[in-house]
Structures are given as C-alpha cells and as structure tokens.
Ligand binder design. Structure first.
Ligand SMILES: Cc1cc2nc3c(=O)[nH]c(=O)nc-3n(C[C@H](O)[C@H](O)[C@H](O)COP(=O)(O)OP(=O)(O)OC[C@H]3O[C@@H](n4cnc5c(N)ncnc54)[C@H](O)[C@@H]3O)c2cc1C
Length: 467
C-alpha cells in the first residue's frame, strides 16, 4: 500500500529541525512537499514580507532538490487543494506545523476533519515556538500570563531545551510528481536598498545565528540598544518565516562560548516572541483591538498629512526620520528606533497605533502577526505588560543617548552630515553659520519639526487624562 505523505510547508520554510517533516521522514515511502499561497485565509503578507517569503520558497525548493525532492507550489484555497492532491497522489497522510492566528486555526481544524473523514491521516506539530501558547499557564489564575517576567520565569522552569532533528540527507520521491505552478518572481521592490545584506532562506538564517554567536553577541545586554552597532542577531525575518527553529537557536546559544548575561538576555528576547504568540492566540483581534479596553475611547487626531510625513521620514526629528527611512530602504528598523518612531506617531502626533502597525506590516521584512501587533500595543500603552502611556520618548534626547556619534542617523539622513552632538537631533537649534556651512536650509533641504516636542507632550498627557 502507498505510504505517500504530503508535507504542507507554511510558516516553517526549513528542513532543519522541522517536526512535521521529521514525522513524515519516519514513515513515508514518498514525500510530497507543498506550499499553498492561500489568499483567502490569514493576514496576507505586506510587500516586504511577501518578497522575503517568495525568496525563501526558492531556497527551500533548491534545498529539497538537493535531496532528490522538490516543492509543489499552488495558489488557491488550501481546503480544496489539499484533499484533491491527497486523492491524486494516493496520500495516506498530510502533515504540517501549526500556526496560531484564529482564522488559520479554524481552517486547519476543518481541513483535518475533512481529510480524516476521507480516511486520510492529518497531523500537526509545533515547529514555530518553544512552547504552545496554551502550555504555559499562571499557577494563580490557571490562565495565560498577562505579564512577561513571570511568564518567562515559568518557561525557563519548564526547560527551554528539547531534542532537535537535523535536516534529512535525502527525501524519498514519488514515481511521478504532481503539477506545480511556477514559483513566484522575487524582484526586490525598487525602493529597496539591496545593501541591506539580507539572505532569505535557511542557510542565511544559520549564517546570521553563527555570526551573531561568534562575533556580535558580546555585550548584547547594553549594545543591543545602539542602532549603529551590529549588536543584534537580525534573525527576525528568518524566525518570521520559520527558516530556523527557536529550539535550534536555544541549543546553539547554550552551547556557545559567550557570557551568561548576554546569552540570557538574548534568549529573553525570544521569550518576548513566545509571549507575543501567547497574546495573539488568546486575543485573536490583537492587530485590531486594544487589549486594555478603555483605550478604544482614546481621542486620536489622525491627521493624514502628519501620518504621511512620518511614513516618509520627514517629521523634522532626525532620529525618527532615520528609523523611518531605514525601514523603507532595508525593510528593517532597529528595535530601539522602532520604539522611538512608534512612540512619536502615537504620542506626539496622536495617530492611532493601528495606522503605524499597518505601515510596519507593509514595510518590514520581519512583519509578524504576533510580534508586530503586540509591540505596537506595548508602545501605545494599551497592551499586556505595556509601557505606561505617560512614558513619552523624547526624540531630541533619545538620539544623543543611543546614537551619540550620529553614525546611524547620518546614514539615513545624510543632509544633516554637517551637524553633530545634540544639535544633530535638534537642527533648528543650530547656529546659522553651521547650517549655511553644511548647506542645510531648514524647511527646504530638511523639514522643521512638524510638532513642537513640549507642546505635543503636554497634549498627549492631556488626551490620556481624558480617558
Ligand atoms: C513598534 C514595534 C514593532 C515591531 N514589529 C515587529 C515585527 O513585526 N516582527 C518582529 O519580529 N519583531 C517586531 N518588533 C520587535 C523587535 O523590534 C524585533 O524583533 C527586532 O528588532 C528584530 O531584530 P533582531 O532579530 O536583530 O533582534 P534580536 O535582539 O537579535 O532578538 C532576537 C529575536 O527575538 C525576538 N524579539 C526581539 N525583540 C522582540 C520584541 N520586542 N517582541 C517580540 N519578539 C522580539 C525576535 O524574533 C528577534 O529576532 C517590533 C518592535 C516594535 C517596538
């Protein structure tokens, strides 16, 4: 009897430590790998997310081919494509790794049932997280944690390490392959700076982890806040598309020759990812609804011109503008600057956090259904364990604090190259000879601030009080 198994790749574009693939390798006479671009279910990736995914699919296909296999690519409803394909190839089972958005969970549950009703096995595994979102619960409430620190303490107590599976050396192929549509083209959007140095795919993920653990993690606890330093892992887009498993990252970090503090702090950031997924699973409308309900009544201004200026990186606050331009050019923004830029939009401009969330979703290569919404809610003060609303980042002081030499800021706002120190972050305070000498004409070559910091801060606090 046929022992064909379909492996449905989704947000797990890797062969290493892939539990669904591993389960198939153990019992299949032939494996049929498929990716389905199902636009009818789940939040669709934005421009940069899609670019990354499509590049990653090519890498996955190449890795499969090197093992005597290939990726079948189809577009349409997974709920129709999978049962039909299972009939066509005479599959005994379909296996996949789980996702956690509510509509995807509902669709997958239906697919599982319909396959089983037709006598085909269907099994899902956890390939994306260290713990399932329902697995780590508070002893006092029995429900999910609402605060990060006890959540992560509970995770660590359960043990972060688990057994890993290496990528199989060979994959058994069927006698004949089912049809596949051509893989999507992967031209980078024209505004994107290819020097961002991204390498989508599993090899790129392993290279990024290795570079980080052998060179860049030193002093992570402090240096991770400095946007000019190569001091973070840049693993976020790789994790977003499952090109590396968090369990693999834990194992390599624990085995690395690094300071314990640095390793612990880095793993705690992975903990924030786990926490965000737990929030998404238990709050399916995370990208649309404030976790703290009172914020639904917040008096947002939502001025469309100011929102546009923020998106273009033309707010007149250099550290904010540098971040927004980094985002457009590279599909990424440093975490510290994400916090400053997001806080500026929400608090200085009083634009609803959901507008910013949508723009990041469109532009980030790592735009993630859990991390993006949870982080925006955190900055807005309406999320779980969030920064209090009255903590308003001062964009004039954050620059000199975290980019003292201006290296990061000038990379993206080169028209201010002639300025330095505190003046760089408040160009309107520069003496006229300094501006003239640097060919800076405020209002022409670089904008005046679109809001006055002190006035905007007072207005934000007033609006918050009105809640
Ligand atoms: C407004 C805002 C929006 C964000 N949107 C996203 C997003 O769409 N996708 C995304 O992956 N991260 C998002 N983050 C979190 C964080 O900025 C990025 O994960 C980080 O900058 C990625 O760089 P890195 O991989 O070098 O991080 P590292 O410092 O090397 O961290 C390692 C990994 O931990 C996880 N991580 C780190 N910080 C966080 C965090 N605060 N919350 C959840 N997970 C975290 C990421 O998976 C990251 O790759 C956002 C943060 C803010 C403030």
């Amino acid at each position: 009897m046929s022992q064909h198994i379909i492996v449905w790749f989704r947000q797990d574009l890797r062969l290493d430590d892939n539990p669904a693939l591993e389960s198939a390798v153990n019992s299949a006479s032939a494996i049929i790998p498929i990716y389905i671009d199902d636009e009818t279910c789940g939040r669709q990736p934005g421009t940069m997310g899609r670019w990354w995914r499509d590049a990653s699919l090519r890498k996955l296909n190449a890795a499969l081919k090197a093992r005597g296999s290939r990726l079948i690519y189809r577009t349409g409803k997974a709920a129709q494509i999978l049962p039909a394909l299972a009939q066509e190839v005479g599959a005994k089972a379909v296996v996949w790794n789980r996702q956690y958005e509510a509509d995807i969970v509902a669709r997958d549950t239906d697919i599982k049932k319909s396959l089983k009703d037709s006598g085909i096995d269907a099994e899902s595994s956890n390939g994306a997280l260290l713990f399932e979102p329902w697995e780590v619960t508070s002893k006092s409430t029995g429900g999910p944690f609402k605060v990060f620190t006890p959540f992560w303490r509970a995770c660590r107590a359960l043990g972060l390490k688990r057994a890993l599976w290496d990528a199989p050396a060979k994959l058994p192929a069927p006698d004949s392959w089912p049809d596949s549509a051509p893989l999507p083209a992967t031209d980078a959007p024209s505004h994107m700076d290819r020097l961002g140095g991204w390498q989508p795919g599993e090899d790129g993920a392993r290279a990024a982890l290795s570079l980080f653990l052998t060179q860049n993690i030193r002093g992570y606890a402090e240096r991770r806040n400095l946007p000019a330093e190569p001091a973070t892992s840049r693993l976020s887009p790789h994790l977003r598309w499952g090109e590396i498993s968090p369990a693999r990252i834990v194992s390599e970090t624990k085995n690395a020759d690094i300071a314990a503090d640095d390793g612990d702090k880095f793993l705690a950031e992975l903990g924030w990812r786990e926490f965000s997924y737990q929030l998404l699973y238990h709050n399916p409308a995370l990208s649309e609804t404030c976790l703290q309900e009172k914020f639904e009544a917040f008096p947002w201004r939502n001025d469309p011109h100011e929102l546009e200026a923020w998106k273009r990186g033309e707010t007149g606050y250099p550290i904010v503008d540098a971040g927004m331009r980094e985002l457009r050019r590279t599909g990424y923004m440093h975490n510290r600057v994400r916090m400053i830029a997001a806080s500026f939009l929400i608090k200085h401009l009083l634009v609803d956090w959901r507008e910013g969330e949508k723009w990041f979703w469109e532009c980030l290569v790592d735009a993630d259904p859990a991390n993006n919404s949870a982080s925006w809610q955190w900055v807005a003060g309406c999320g779980a364990d969030a920064a209090p609303y009255f903590r308003i980042f001062n964009p004039i002081l954050q620059g000199p604090k975290f980019d003292a030499d201006g290296v990061y800021t000038k990379t993206y706002v080169p028209e201010l190259n002639a300025l330095s120190g505190k003046t760089l972050y408040a160009p309107w305070t520069a003496k006229s000879d300094m501006l003239d000498g640097g060919q800076i004409a405020l209002g022409e070559t670089y904008p005046y601030p679109i809001v006055n910091h002190e006035a905007a801060r007072a207005r934000a606090l007033e609006s918050f009080k009105s809640l």
